[in-house]
Design a protein around this ligand. Structure first.
Ligand code: 6PG
Length: 466
């Protein structure tokens, strides 16, 4: 009997598309899916008949027996309890050295716990961040594997094979680091993704309702920015969204303005808080989705405060200024995200290679863009993006237009939470002197918390009887 080289558990949208990717790359694949009457019936057998080269199972004993050793099994099940359930059901069929991988959006602390637990069972657990949605999964996602290095070495050839390729034809995959590092990085990816989406949404909204551009014109402008090399995958899909009609009407106008979210964006914000790492663009993007959920309250408040879009000001910003606002807000958001990963690497001793992380995000994933290409080159010479000469040049050239876009919006009562967060972060970080001396004085006044002085050594604290 010829054994299967690789196994996948879970044929949901991502699992199934990844499985197709493996089969298309010539991997002899075993797929497992449970039977749930009325909902999940014969999914694995159906997959087998549609995909020659794959073998389908609904029984863990036969599935695991079909795999060559050490067994390599990728779980594509919902994050949380389902992952623990599948692990405990698989363990009786596994042998020392077998490798279990979790390709879902799991919390990195769960992944760390699972790595440790499986190590006690003499098994290897890897947490693999996977980005790219269903299309990426099928043709080549960006993959972020983390966990024990020896386990990674066993599976890397398969993971590399199914991953997207960068401009030099290298896989958009790299060993990220130990324990939960892979899932941590995926979480930060999603945080950056949330803010990128919100920046585009804010610019769209401004162009449409403050500057009175038609959806077609906005789409055209987005496409132009894309052609200038200042776009991103997310800008590209947004330009297409703006052209999608249902009958004679724009589909976008029929979509309820309530943004949902799963948990990864919020997890990245909590992680940044734990690290003490400034994360304002991403925190604001998460909060703005939360605010959108208050649809009923927003509608009622709109009536009371009469905030009806009567403040249109078509002349207040031009296309170049808007593009320049996009360029600076996106760059600042990336600086914030990469800085947070550096803080995590230092705190958790992960030794993250930030240049490599940017490189594996240049293809396959949701936040791929020409900017990410630039960042991957910049980070290879220094981990501090903010001080990189090219970054300094871009921000010097563009920040005043971000400031102008934010000012024009606020003056006309348009909310721009992530654009504002970006410009405030930037003016804060480039302020050698800031307002924090007042905070220190207040803390000392009401709570005798003490303060340091600019004219004394850094080791000394002072208190004043105010
Ligand atoms: C990706 C995405 C994906 C995520 C969706 C939805 O990289 O392919 O990040 O993993 O699940 O973007 O996330 P929300 O439902 O939280 O918006």
């Amino acid at each position: 009997m010829k054994f299967n080289q690789f196994g996948i558990v879970g044929l949901g949208v991502m699992g199934k598309n990844l499985a197709i990717n493996f089969v298309n790359k010539g991997v002899k694949l075993a797929v497992f899916n449970r039977q749930v009457p009325g909902r999940e019936v014969n999914l694995a057998k159906n997959f087998e008949s549609e995909n020659p080269g794959a073998e389908g199972f609904d029984d863990f004993a036969a599935f695991t027996a079909s795999l060559e050793k050490p067994r390599k099994i990728l779980m594509m099940v919902n994050a949380g309890k389902p992952v623990d359930d599948v692990i405990s059901r698989l363990i009786p069929y596994l042998e020392p050295g077998d490798i279990l991988m979790d390709g879902g959006n799991s919390h990195f602390s769960d992944t760390k716990r699972r790595v440790e637990y499986l190590e006690e069972q003499k098994l290897i657990f890897l947490g693999i961040g996977i980005s790219g949605g269903q299309e990426g999964a099928r043709i080549g996602p960006s993959t972020m594997p983390g966990g024990p290095l020896n386990g990674y070495k066993e599976v890397s050839k398969y993971i590399d094979l199914i991953s997207s390729k960068d401009k030099n034809n290298l896989p958009c995959s790299t060993y990220v680091g130990p324990d939960g590092a892979g899932h941590f990085i995926k979480t930060v990816h999603n945080g950056i993704e949330y803010a990128e989406m919100q920046i585009i949404a804010e610019l769209y909204y401004l162009m449409r309702f403050l500057l009175l551009y038609s959806p077609e014109k906005i789409s055209y402008v987005f496409q132009k920015w894309q052609q200038d090399g200042d776009g991103s995958y997310l800008l590209e899909i947004s330009s297409k969204i703006l052209l999608k009609k249902e009958g004679n009407e724009l589909l976008l106008d029929k979509i309820l303005d309530v943004a949902e979210q799963k948990e990864t964006g919020g997890w990245s914000v909590k992680a940044a808080l734990d690290l003490g790492s400034p994360f304002s663009t991403i925190a604001n993007a998460v909060q703005t989705r939360m605010l959108s959920m208050l649809k009923f309250k927003r509608e009622k408040a709109a009536e009371i405060y009469k905030n009806v879009g009567s403040k249109a000001a078509p002349e207040s910003l031009n296309e170049n200024e808007l593009k320049s606002a996009l360029i600076s807000a996106r760059l600042i958001n990336h600086i914030i995200g990469f800085n947070m990963m550096k803080d995590a690497s230092d705190k958790y001793g992960w030794n993250l290679n930030l240049g490599e992380i940017a490189r594996i995000w240049t293809g396959g994933c949701i936040i791929k863009s020409p900017l990410m290409e630039k960042i991957s080159e910049e980070l290879s010479s220094s981990p501090e993006l903010l001080f990189h000469p090219e970054v300094v040049g871009i921000l010097e050239q563009n920040h005043s237009n971000l400031s102008k876009a934010v000012s024009a919006s606020i003056l006309h009562n348009f909310p721009v939470p992530v654009l504002s967060a970006a410009v405030s972060f930037f003016y804060n970080i480039i302020s050698g002197n800031c307002s924090a001396n007042m905070i220190q004085a207040q803390r000392d006044y009401f709570g005798a918390h003490t303060y340091k002085r600019i004219d004394k050594s850094d080791a000394e604290y002072f208190h004043t009887d105010w």
